[in-house]
Design a protein around this ligand. Structure first.
Ligand code: ADP
Length: 489
């Protein structure tokens, strides 16, 4: 007798019944021949999935699982499949016995005694796909977010596929170059460079020339015109990962960065030059004193020069430190507090004109209790700087005044520092707040040309403004305006 691997029909039936009973999925069998298609069998998987025991559901139509959500499109699709006697798989929102919703993937199959015979039963295999659905939804949302960043960001990007051909370009790419989108999809990098180069040249009325293309991790620079202004773009590329040969070309506007870099280099060069001048005379005069046997009277003016230049050097270093501190802060504003205006004025005046000083300052105060939004120490530094300039640049004397006024309409306080000194020409006023500018650098009045730059930075970081009115030979008035603090506490 030959052995067979196939179980005999009664054994197979038992195996099938066991498999149905113990599968992790929910199994529901309904009787299609009875009105309302009632449930005639559920397995343990169904109880685990829905929380309902067999005794609670036998004889009922499956639709109670839909809870309050009877109008789902997938339910209609199931009804149509049942009417047509066809199998169907849908994902519908069902509710467990405890009321919690879940996404149920229902695979519904009609059961017939034999092909072509009427449907006697329906067999439904149910799977909880809630987690899968949530993950899918999270993926879709993430993809949409990334798409928004890719399309809406300020950086121009071109995605090159495995063959090195452009597949997508971001709108920012064309915005950066002020060009209408060009057709670059499916072009290789040489053709992309030629197409963009031609469009850029056309926009500038120049003969077409391909733009340089980044090789490896080296970036290249494109120069384009935007709204009539030259604009520098940094073009670099990176690989999307070691498992793919896809690359992304990144195009960034670096015009402002380059301007700032040039200003920093220029500032460093000027600072070094300015520091070298007093350093040179300190070294020169010291050498002279060491080499020659000067009498005390002869040495005195040389030593005075050394002292003056050392003080200038030290003032300049202090100013440079102040400026570098502000550079480190970046564009951040100071933390402001309510500062009593009259007190701030009095304090600054005391430092600018110490007791016993030959010069005096006219002080005009506002109502006691008025306060401005400011940083107390920085405001003091601003006022001391302006007052010492007013005294310094009125060597013939004359009234120096420190006055506060309130502008009701704008709710701002104006602090005026005025003198009747040497004044400034309109050309010099225009250059007043630039680093190292001195209206009369060779004149005898000491200074660094950095004080007003610092003052302006400080005032602006307190949310204020500074202005100047001046006439050559007649004096100057510097006005610092700050917002008034309205609260009384
Ligand atoms: P400095 O250390 O040279 O005084 P500032 O930045 O404070 O540097 O001022 C820059 C230049 O502005 C000064 O060198 C001077 O020429 C001019 N200046 C500043 N304040 C006055 C003023 N009150 N009257 C006339 N000129 C002034």
């Amino acid at each position: 007798m030959t052995a067979t691997l196939s179980p005999t029909p009664p054994v197979l039936d038992r195996i099938l019944l066991q498999a149905l009973a113990h599968t992790v999925n929910g199994v529901v069998i309904t009787d299609a021949s009875r009105p309302g298609n009632p449930i005639v069998h559920v397995n343990e998987g169904f109880t685990r999935l829905t929380g309902y025991g067999a005794a609670e559901v036998l004889g009922r139509n499956c639709n109670f699982l839909q809870g309050p959500e009877r109008h789902q499109a997938e339910v209609d699709q199931m009804r149509q499949a049942i009417a047509a006697g066809e199998p169907i798989t849908v994902v519908i929102r069902n509710f467990r016995k405890d009321g919690t919703p879940f996404w149920n993937q229902v695979e519904l199959s009609p059961v017939r005694e034999a092909p072509g015979e009427p449907v006697t039963h329906y067999f439904a295999l149910q799977t909880d796909v809630t987690l899968k659905r949530q993950a899918e939804r999270a993926n879709v949302l993430r993809a949409l977010e990334l798409e928004r960043i890719f399309r809406g960001g300020p950086v121009g990007m071109i995605l090159l596929d495995e063959e090195g051909c452009a597949s997508v370009a971001t709108p920012a790419l064309w915005r950066l170059m002020n060009l209408a989108p060009q057709a670059i999809e499916k072009l290789d990098s040489n053709a992309v460079a030629a197409t963009i180069g031609a469009a850029v040249a056309r926009a500038q009325g120049l003969p077409p020339a391909p733009l340089p293309w980044p090789q490896g991790c080296q970036s290249v620079r494109w120069e384009v015109q935007r709204e009539g202004q030259p604009c520098a773009l940094d073009v670099s590329s990176f690989e999307l990962g070691s498992l793919t040969r896809e690359r992304v070309i990144v195009v960034r506007d670096v015009t402002q960065e380059e301007v700032e870099q040039a200003a920093r280099s220029q500032f460093l060069a000027t600072a070094a030059h300015e520091l070298r001048t007093p350093m040179g005379s300190i070294c020169g005069f010291t050498e002279l004193l060491l080499m020659r046997n000067y009498s005390a009277d002869q040495a005195k003016p040389l030593l005075e020069t050394i002292l003056r230049q050392s003080m200038r050097l030290s003032a300049m270093l202090n100013d440079l430190l102040d400026l570098s501190q502000m550079d480190v802060m970046g564009g951040h504003a100071f933390t402001l507090s309510a500062v009593n205006l009259n007190e701030a004025l009095r304090k600054a005046l005391q430092v600018a004109v110490p007791p016993g000083s030959p010069r005096t300052i006219d002080l005009r105060l506002v109502d006691a209790g008025l306060r401005v939004w400011a940083h107390p120490q920085k405001l003091e530094q601003v006022l001391i700087n302006l007052l010492s300039n007013a005294l310094k640049y009125s060597p013939q004397g004359g009234t120096v005044m420190l006055e506060a006024t309130i502008e009701e309409e704008t709710r701002r306080a104006h602090i005026l520092v005025s003198d009747q000194g040497i004044g400034l020409s309109p050309e010099h006023q225009a250059r007043l707040f630039t680093r190292f500018f001195r209206a009369d650098p060779s004149g005898p009045i000491p200074g660094t040309g950095l004080g007003l730059v610092i003052v302006k930075e400080l005032v602006e970081r307190m949310g204020g403004t500074i202005g100047v009115r001046s006439a050559l030979g007649q004096g100057s008035t510097f006005t610092v305006s700050l917002p008034l603090c309205e609260s009384t506490s």
